[in-house]
Design a protein around this ligand. Structure first.
Ligand SMILES: Nc1c(NC[C@H](O)[C@H](O)[C@H](O)CO)[nH]c(=O)[nH]c1=O
Ligand SMILES: CC(=O)[C@@H](O)COP(=O)(O)O
Length: 190
């Protein structure tokens, strides 16, 4: 559904997982900073509205959207976070640079979601005009930053549940005798 048909920034807190104990990283591009600051405010306000503690929101800035990839990689490698949001705003200029930046960031963030265990939420506007960016960072079409924070809360919960499920299954199988210790994958140094 196109954003123009529905403001996706409205959410019902009662339907969301409890986020009080989650820690979130947010990597923010400085390109088009009037837009990225609006996106960040949307995300930050949504986190606080869902009882995320200010001290559990870690913000780093990077020069442009292409650097969001490296920034997110170092964030999840060095910080104990349950999810990361990358915030950027790429606006079409005169050349094909827009295409390469957008594709590069998209693929890079996708790779991080495949290769690492921490969800990285894609909050990068790829707009034709500044007005489209204004409309989606707290304007008539809502705030993609708000949507990203809600997605981050949901994905952090999924990650938490998945780890519990994995641990529970193996312990349950072991205690019930269905599974012998030698059947478990050999883990060195854990
Ligand atoms: N034109 C935009 C850029 N371009 C800069 C790149 O993201 C990158 O920082 C540069 O190529 C150096 O690696 N970045 C945006 O975030 N938004 C733009 O509209
Ligand atoms: C996405 C960009 O890098 C772009 O805004 C730069 O503008 P131009 O294509 O006119 O050099």
């Amino acid at each position: 559904m196109a954003t123009a048909n529905k403001n996706l920034s409205n959410y019902d807190k009662s339907t969301l997982p409890k986020a009080k104990d989650f820690r979130f990283g947010v990597v923010v591009s400085e390109w088009n900073d009037t837009i990225t600051e609006g996106l960040y405010k949307g995300a930050y306000d949504a986190f606080l509205d869902n009882e995320v503690q200010d001290s559990n929101i870690i913000r780093w800035n990077v020069p442009g959207s292409f650097e969001l990839i490296y920034g997110a990689k170092k964030m999840l490698q060095t910080q104990n976070v349950d999810a990361v949001i990358v915030i950027g705003c790429v606006i079409q200029g005169e050349t094909k640079h827009f295409d390469f930046v957008c594709e590069g960031v998209t693929q890079g963030i996708k790779d991080l979601n495949v290769q690492t265990d921490v969800p990285v939420i894609f909050c990068v506007l790829t707009d034709n005009t500044m007005q489209q960016s204004i409309d989606r960072s707290g304007g008539i079409h809502g705030n993609k930053g708000t949507e990203a924070a809600i997605a981050a809360i949901k994905m952090a919960f999924i990650r938490q549940q998945a780890s519990l499920t994995h641990t529970y299954d193996s312990q349950k199988a072991l205690s019930s005798g269905q599974l012998q210790i030698e059947d478990l994958p050999l883990k060195i140094g854990e």
